[in-house]
Ligand binder design. Structure first.
Ligand code: GDP
Ligand code: IMO
Ligand code: MG
Length: 442
């Protein structure tokens, strides 16, 4: 007779993970939306409203910050996981904007009770931290991400589940602690000739925040680790949605110019309560070139008209802050590194059409570090790192009209084949425009 223990160990569905392999803004939102019809549940596992995930369909454009990008594909369940940091005010705005455009998200959205809350003073702390760093600032999105994760790790955070009981006292304690910290940071910013962050207006921010907490109470707040594991046991399929990109990972990114969460695939395990043995496909998403927002090293960055042309054609401006994105050629040393870290099983290549008019395309295949060539990503990618490029003739064809692989020009296919060889991973999807439909499966 089969015993119960063995039966429980029989693997059912596994969770697939989609994440960015560069410095963010690879097109994760679009691809999660495209893949959602194959899944029952879409779950965000880390980050917060520093993310801006853009989706386009039926001539409409939407930017999501905290809500998973599966929300527009009918009756799928969308989950904000425990690894996410949630700003109730921005969350409320996001929900209200979606409602105004006819999308009622409440019914299909679950929020983990273990997700941490971003307080108004976390946002002020983010600004005060940056001011105190002076020239060494990170160029954060100013959304309070770093301070909220700092409170989580230092065991001072407030969680969504806390709003259900004795919340006001916990809130006041955290707020008072933050104010003391902001005062200290302000003093050091002023001593360096910088400006202090004003606490004026905090009362109004707190009022708005408390109202947003009330709004949050109207949502399904769940023990999400139980929800996802029961879903897998019931043979439901889950797509885990990453935010930011692997080069912004707190452990493996270009530290300290990174975000404050684990953006790599292990983040989906801790950010949702999914065991590594229950991970299936890992979709790694990258652009045919590279961009970065905020400060920090970027070996293939272009400061010339080619960089400006990529920015103009690719509309490379931040979805959250509107900042210009820094642009450069694709970096295969960095991509090999992030593919390794994430165990990527298939690649999705985005924004291929942006390079349509370029006579020559370059790809960085190695770094020269202090005169020595290496294909491995080094400890630091500082000014000693010089990219080594391989050049390709551009395809000089409008890819946006292509609907299947057979229609793609030969020069482009040659380039894709080269990338697959260099990255040792199959490219399964080629995106040729922002719309849901502009997607070619291979
Ligand atoms: P995410 O943060 O990874 O979701 O990416 P963002 O939404 O911040 O940035 C990607 C931008 O590129 C968005 O404006 C998308 O609409 C757009 N986009 C996505 N795929 C393509 C593509 O294949 N071609 C072009 N031209 N734009 C794309
Ligand atoms: P999506 O999900 C691009 C960058 C910021 C800054 C650094 C730290 O849309 O790809 P933070 O506010 O997180 O403390 O900022 O990380 N950054 C992003 N860059 N896309 C994002 O998200 C980003 N989220 C954070 O610009 O350099
Ligand atoms: Mg983005």
């Amino acid at each position: 007779m089969k015993n119960e223990v063995n039966r429980a160990l029989v693997a059912k569905k596994k969770a697939d993970i989609l994440l960015g392999l560069q410095w963010g803004d690879e097109g994760k939102g679009k691809m999660v939306d495209v893949l959602t019809p194959k899944y029952d549940v879409v779950a965000r596992f880390q980050g917060g409203p520093n993310a801006g995930h853009t989706l386009e369909f039926n001539g409409q454009k939407y930017v999501l910050r905290s809500i998973p990008s599966g929300i527009f594909q009918g009756g799928k369940t969308n989950l904000i996981g425990n690894g996410v940091v949630l700003d109730p005010v921005l969350f409320r705005k996001e929900v209200e904007e979606l409602s105004a455009s006819g999308h009622n998200v409440q019914e299909h959205l679950l929020i983990s009770k273990k997700a941490h809350l971003i307080l108004p003073t976390h946002r002020l702390l983010d600004q005060a931290n940056e001011a105190a760093k002076g020239k060494a600032k990170i160029g954060t999105t100013g959304k309070g991400i770093g301070p909220t994760y700092t409170d989580k790790i230092s065991r001072n955070g407030l969680r969504v589940g806390d709003i259900l009981e004795g919340f006001e006292a916990k809130y006041r304690q955290a707020r008072d602690r933050h104010i003391e910290m902001i005062n200290g940071l302000n003093a050091s910013a002023v001593a360096k000739g910088g400006t202090a962050v004003s606490m004026e207006g905090l009362e109004a921010l707190e009022k708005e925040w408390m109202e947003a907490i009330e709004f949050l109470r109207g949502f399904q707040l769940v023990d999400s680790e139980h929800f996802v594991n029961k879903a897998l046991d019931a043979d439901k399929s889950i797509l885990c949605e990453g935010a930011q990109g692997s080069l912004l990972d707190i452990d493996f990114g270009s530290y300290p110019f990174v975000t404050s969460s684990n953006t790599v695939c292990a983040g989906a395990c801790t950010g949702l309560g999914i065991a590594p043995s229950k991970v299936g496909e890992v979709y790694g998403i990258f652009k045919g070139y590279c961009t970065r927002v905020g400060a920090g090293p970027f070996p293939t960055e272009l400061f010339d008209e080619t960089g400006a042309k990529i920015r103009a054609i690719g509309h490379e401006y931040g979805a959250v802050t509107g900042r210009e994105r820094r642009c450069g050629w694709i970096d295969l040393v960095a991509l090999r590194y992030t593919i390794m870290l994430n165990g990527v099983t298939q690649l999705l290549m985005m924004k291929s059409d942006v390079l349509d008019t370029f006579p020559v395309i370059k790809a960085c295949t190695a770094y020269r570090v202090n005169g020595v060539e290496t294909r491995d990503f080094p400890f630091s990618i500082d000014e000693n790192v010089e990219p080594v490029y391989e050049e390709f003739p551009g395809w000089q064809t409008d890819l946006t009209h292509c609907t299947k692989e057979a229609e793609l020009p030969e020069a482009f296919i040659n380039y894709v084949n080269f990338l697959e060889r260099e990255l040792n991973t199959p490219i399964r999807i080629i995106s040729v425009g922002p719309d849901r439909e502009a997607t070619i499966w291979r």
